[in-house]
Unconditional design. Structure first.
Ligand code: CTP
Length: 409
């Protein structure tokens, strides 16, 4: 399939988000957050407090959201009323980012002297607070008490991030990065009952098999597909244990617990620990099949005679766990093959006691999927069931694969 024929992946299509922006320096990050939301297909209505206008101009938010920014209860002298009740009912989620100490305090005590606060009190949708302020303000018991009060109301509070602050000090108080807030919003508006509370064990990325303190045998896996699956499962409400080989990716969701490993042996250990408590196992990692028989403790020197390395087979994680799979547990594997590879993938489905295997090929028209943004799959299920997934962004494919997994619940 021609890449230009792909439909864009819009995970928030049809979702309506209210974005409340308060008067803090971190308001500039809300512009990026708005962009992420609209690019994901969400409709966004921005509500700025009066104080926020001193930090970012409303024209920026209005242009990016395609809607006028709302601040006041009425619109100038036109008599137009900005109905906070309607706004509250319209939204699928209300996110306040950045949330200042002043707005947090007012919300915690039920005050409504701004359109944003009145909308908060009226909203029936999930609410996400993203506080941002200087470290001593953030740590103050009064602010913490207000955050606890809001959490007690059933609102989600995203902890401030650690790092350099606008004051020049360093500590906890930064607005989390827009990507992390975006994932938290996704987790509010994309939850699916079938996934809520399910525990997923997922492997991702390559493994590295050491030869000596400076060298290893590795592979070209980037981990992109595994991380896309982890974030998609978390957005649906699952709790994900992500056992990850070395990658450049970061975890953006509070529902993902990442366990970093290097070798196949470490990956197997981590999986064996987490397997029994997980209902779905997804083996997306490119696990090295072999490791060097000898690992030198010191750097191996050049001899002028070449270097013969003897390799021994690693444990097959999917096959090992496949033997202890219980009724109610699902096991999903991947197969990257040269050529079409259907027979090889079907054999792996059988041998590893998988319920579904996602076959992709090194020889597909778009080229090798390793490290690429796009891929295409043929899903093979039990009883010879085949589901082709056309070329698409890995994030879109992650959603399609989980749709197929969901059918097996
Ligand atoms: N896998 C695993 N542990 C290994 C090797 C593979 O858990 N030691 C998992 C992979 O994560 C994948 C599936 O098994 O989900 C198939 O991996 P693949 O490398 O294609 O299969 P192998 O059994 O290693 O066969 P081969 O490399 O010979 O094709």
């Amino acid at each position: 399939m021609d890449a230009s024929a792909q439909t864009p992946y819009l995970p928030l299509a049809g979702r309506r988000i209210l974005l409340g922006v308060c008067g803090g320096i971190a308001a500039y990050k809300s512009v990026m957050l708005l962009r992420l939301l609209t690019q994901a297909g969400a409709q966004v209505q921005v509500l700025m407090t009066e104080a926020a206008h001193a930090f970012v101009g409303p024209a920026t938010f209005a242009a990016l959201s395609g809607r006028p920014v709302l601040t006041d209860f009425t619109q100038g002298r036109t008599g137009q009323w900005n109905n906070h009740v309607e706004l509250g009912l319209w939204a699928n989620a209300l996110v306040i980012a950045p949330a200042t100490a002043a707005t947090l305090a007012k919300a915690a005590t039920g005050q409504s002297d701004s359109l944003l606060l009145a909308t908060y009190l009226s909203a029936r949708c999930p609410v996400l607070w993203c506080p941002a302020m200087d470290l001593d303000m953030y740590a103050h018991p009064a602010v913490q008490a207000n955050l606890n009060t809001l959490a007690g109301f059933g609102n989600l509070v995203l902890a401030a991030a650690d790092g350099p602050l606008a004051s020049g000090l360093t500590g906890q108080g930064r607005l989390p990065e827009p990507e992390e807030i975006f994932e938290a919003i996704r987790g509010l508006v994309c939850t699916k009952p079938a996934w809520q509370g399910k525990r997923i064990l997922l492997t991702a990325g390559p493994t590295r098999e050491p030869l000596d303190p400076v060298r290893y045998i590795g592979n070209f896996s980037s981990g992109k597909m595994g991380y896309a699956l982890a974030h998609e499962a978390a957005a649906r409400g699952a709790e994900v244990t992500l056992v990850s080989g070395p990658t450049d990716h970061t975890v953006q969701s509070h529902r993902i617990t990442r366990i970093d490993v290097t070798s196949a042996h470490q990956m197997a250990d981590a999986c064996l620990q987490a397997a029994s408590e997980s209902q779905v196992w997804i083996f997306c990692a490119a696990v090295a099949d072999y490791r060097p028989e000898q690992v030198s403790e010191t750097k191996t020197k050049k001899t002028g005679n070449g270097w013969n390395i003897s390799l021994v087979e690693n444990v097959d994680i999917a096959a090992t766990l496949g033997k202890q799979k219980q009724p109610g547990q699902l096991s999903i594997g991947f197969a990257l093959e040269s050529g079409l590879g259907q027979a090889e993938a079907a054999a792996k489905l059988e041998r590893k006691n998988l319920d579904l295997i996602c076959l992709n090929s090194l020889d597909q028209p778009g080229g090798s999927p390793l490290g690429a943004d796009d891929n295409q799959y043929l899903l093979l299920g039990k009883g010879g069931k085949q589901t082709p997934l056309a070329r698409n962004a890995k994030a879109a494919l992650a959603a399609q694969i989980l749709d197929e997994v969901e059918k097996l619940f």
